[in-house]
Design a protein around this ligand. Structure first.
Ligand SMILES: Cc1cc2nc3c(=O)[nH]c(=O)nc-3n(C[C@H](O)[C@H](O)[C@H](O)COP(=O)(O)OP(=O)(O)OC[C@H]3O[C@@H](n4cnc5c(N)ncnc54)[C@H](O)[C@@H]3O)c2cc1C
Ligand SMILES: NC(=O)c1ccc[n+]([C@@H]2O[C@H](COP(=O)([O-])OP(=O)(O)OC[C@H]3O[C@@H](n4cnc5c(N)ncnc54)[C@H](OP(=O)(O)O)[C@@H]3O)[C@@H](O)[C@H]2O)c1
Length: 253
């Protein structure tokens, strides 16, 4: 029996469109009357599958003031929700948790000259949401966005990244990482290795130091962990509310 879906917690949204980026990567645009959220936060999406209500967390890719709400996801093999979401059509219902959650937000990040945003795969989403708002550009002199993927075709949202670049040409630096094929534009490495050997900083033209840098990391938990270790060796510390540091993270699984 399907559990009752509490209308105080969930609103019934409508699918506006499903965008397919590669054979495994999609984003879903939803019209939903959700509560105000902070850029960088996630909500939950839910569908009734068989006689079960299945819900999972997804980060907003869109900024809080955008009418359409967009979420970027990868199909997980045998994953119930992602495999159901790719079958949705415009106009289909989808449940969205009204209240967003999560601490990958600028309100958690102390001031510094430079902000680094390091993502793998679908975790570029919350950083795009933040970068579409005014706050980061007022608070940080330079912002570096890293998107690490296996293959170049997985560098989704290129138009959004380009629009951010055009709006902030002197402040913003986008650095793609493509680990499993050669390109003439991306760093071919994993992020922690490229910090250790200096390639990331050389490409950005900026040093990562405790005095100058705040680092946000999101995505693959193994990447988050290894990157944090490499940064800790450089004297940066995890950011906590009671003990402000330099590294603010969110794991996707
Ligand atoms: C805070 C938070 C925010 C999240 N935001 C996003 C998002 O914006 N986009 C997104 O695609 N997923 C996101 N996720 C993961 C998402 O909630 C689901 O776990 C995922 O979509 C799979 O759901 P499923 O029911 O199809 O498969 P499940 O049966 O729930 O599969 C779960 C397993 O799939 C793998 N997995 C889950 N998510 C990913 C991923 N993104 N990339 C690679 N492997 C993964 C892990 O091994 C995990 O244990 C987020 C998770 C958390 C905790
Ligand atoms: N993308 C695909 O075509 C594909 C295909 C089949 C299954 N999947 C599944 O989908 C999930 C997500 O795939 P994804 O491609 O979005 O994300 P991903 O596997 O996290 O890869 C994204 C980037 O993160 C790097 N990375 C992986 N583990 C790392 C670590 N421990 N430290 C540092 N960097 C690391 C990858 O480098 P490396 O290339 O060196 O790993 C790649 O550059 C995975 O669980 C995967 O099993 C994806």
């Amino acid at each position: 029996m399907t559990k009752t879906i509490d209308p105080k917690r969930w609103c019934e949204g409508r699918v506006h469109a499903l965008r397919q980026w590669t054979d495994k990567l999609y984003s879903i645009q939803v019209e939903a009357d959700v509560d105000t959220f902070t850029a960088g936060q996630f909500t939950k999406l839910g569908l009734i599958i068989g006689d079960e209500f299945v819900s999972r967390p997804y980060s907003y890719v869109t900024a809080p003031d955008e009418a359409l709400r967009e979420f970027y996801f990868i199909i997980v093999p045998d994953g119930p929700l992602t495999n159901a979401m790719i079958e949705l059509k415009a106009g289909d219902p989808i449940h969205v948790m009204r209240k967003a959650a999560g601490f990958l937000t600028l309100s958690e990040v102390p001031p510094a000259p430079h902000l680094w945003m390091l993502s793998t795969g679908t975790a570029i989403g919350p950083f795009l949401s933040i970068l579409k708002t005014e706050e980061p550009w007022q608070r940080y002199q330079r912002i570096v966005l890293v998107h690490a993927v296996r293959c170049a075709e997985e560098l989704s949202f290129a138009e959004t990244v380009q629009a951010i670049q055009n709006a902030h040409p002197d402040q913003f630096n986008f650095i793609p990482f493509v680990s499993r094929e050669d390109t003439d534009f991306a760093i071919r490495a994993r992020v922690p290795a490229a910090i250790s050997d200096g390639r990331l900083e050389a490409r950005a033209g900026l040093a990562i130091t405790p005095e100058s840098s705040q680092i946000m990391i999101c995505g693959n938990p193994d990447m988050v962990k290894s990157t944090q270790s490499v940064l800790e060796e450089r004297g940066l510390a995890r950011n906590k509310r009671r003990a402000p540091g330099h590294i603010t993270v969110e794991n996707y699984w």
